[in-house]
Design a protein around this ligand. Structure first.
Ligand SMILES: *Cc1c(COP(=O)(O)O)cnc(C)c1O
Length: 390
């Protein structure tokens, strides 16, 4: 089976984890701050807080911006459910903005139109959470203009996008956002098994995130209301145990040293898909420019305009039956029974629906060989499959 995504674990990674296992600290030790510093240095952010998943990261990112009952968070329907769920964890409402028909990221024109209506009705969102789908950044400059005009906060869901660049800067440097969230699940660009991190340039938000990560407890005498002695700590708000272990941090730190290589290889494979599929009627994702470089978490192809959901299903099943681990990213959140029960109707988001009906994520990972890629392309293009379906 050729999987759609797969981690790369080196001997150095294994050694790094074993070293931690033999050390005094397997959690709450010195490796976590080193991992966090490696991330903030690489992306160019002032602060990084690593946690046990991107889902936890999204949750405390929302909490640190005081998202709660009566507030609304907007994201797009084409994301993993965790982006929207984070708002619900805080007791806030969630709403969606349709995607753009060329990048499949949040459509800034649709966002602007929705903001105008919301302003007139007095229900502007507190937070907008753009998702850098497949590792390609959203149009953050357009979002920034709207952020300033309408006064919302921005949490980037960059789960796909560590190592990506926008406007010549790394995603996570937060020039147009309050907070940026990364995921280290094994299918993502780097991995810690499970894990996530948040970057920010705001020291007050960084302090809040560190507190939420560990029970809302502080041991810093400067922050405490009283001090009974050296054993003393204070819980000052309701936090969680969202900590990342030293084992995970050691793996992540070791992986960070290969981030550039991971992204470069993925880009090379993406460009090769582009070449191999050009001339067919398969629609390919846009390639990188100098300023805007995807981390190429996913390579999403689409069937030609006008092809049916059934054609996608046939092609998907054919690829799977040939041992090719294709996938679909994503089923619109608005289609999920839980969200339908909240009153969402997928028909409200026609671009997301059209994208969903015709897209397939092809295998793409660091260790993928050109031979494996040729196998995928051959199966995709062979006449008995794709062309005869419609
Ligand atoms: C993977 C992913 C998440 C959740 O990440 P975890 O680390 O698994 O919690 C959230 N949003 C998006 C867009 C993702 O791809």
């Amino acid at each position: 089976m050729i999987p759609y995504g797969k981690q790369n674990i080196s001997e150095e990674d294994i050694k790094a984890v074993v070293t931690v296992l033999r050390s005094d600290f397997i959690t709450q030790g010195p490796t976590l701050p080193r991992f966090e510093k490696a991330i903030s240095d690489h992306v160019g952010a002032a602060h990084c807080i690593a946690v046990n998943s991107a889902t936890s990261a999204l949750h405390i990112a929302m909490l640190s911006l005081d998202v709660g009952p009566g507030d609304t968070v907007w994201t797009t329907p084409i994301t993993f459910v965790a982006t929207a769920n984070a708002a619900l964890y805080c007791g806030a409402d969630v709403d969606f903005v349709d995607i753009c028909s060329s990048t499949f990221n949040m459509d800034m024109a649709a966002l602007e139109a929705k903001l105008k209506t919301a302003e007139a009705e007095g229900r502007l969102p507190k937070v907008v959470a753009p998702v850098h789908l497949t590792g390609r950044s959203c149009d953050m400059k357009a979002l920034d203009i709207l952020r300033k005009k309408y006064g919302f906060r921005v949490v980037e869901d960059a789960s796909h996008a560590i190592g990506a660049q926008y406007g010549g800067q790394f995603v996570g440097s937060c020039p147009y956002s309050d907070l940026c969230v990364f995921s280290f699940h094994p299918v993502k660009i780097i991995t810690t098994g499970e894990g996530g991190a948040i970057t920010t340039n705001d020291p007050a938000l960084a302090r809040k995130l560190a507190s939420f990560r560990s029970h809302g407890i502080t041991r810093d005498p400067v922050e405490m209301e009283s001090n009974d002695g050296p054993w003393y700590y204070e819980q000052q708000e309701l936090g969680f145990n969202y900590r990342m272990t030293e084992l995970q941090a050691a793996l992540g730190l070791s992986q960070m040293s290969r981030l550039d290589a991971f992204v470069a290889r993925r880009r090379k494979l993406a460009e090769r898909y582009d070449r191999l599929l050009s001339g067919s009627d398969i629609l390919r994702p846009v390639l990188d420019s100098d300023e805007n470089q995807s981390s190429w978490h996913l390579y999403v192809m689409r069937l030609a305009e006008g092809s049916t959901p059934l054609a996608r299903r046939h092609l998907f099943e054919k690829l799977r039956s040939h041992g090719i681990g294709v996938n679909v990213h994503y089923i619109p959140v608005t289609r999920q029974p839980y969200y339908r029960a909240l009153g969402f109707d997928p028909l409200q988001f026609p671009v997301a629906e059209a994208y969903y009906d015709r897209s397939i994520s092809l295998p793409l990972y660091f260790d993928m060989t050109e031979r494996e890629q040729d196998t995928v392309v051959k199966c995709l293009l062979e006449p008995a499959g794709y062309q005869t379906i419609f």
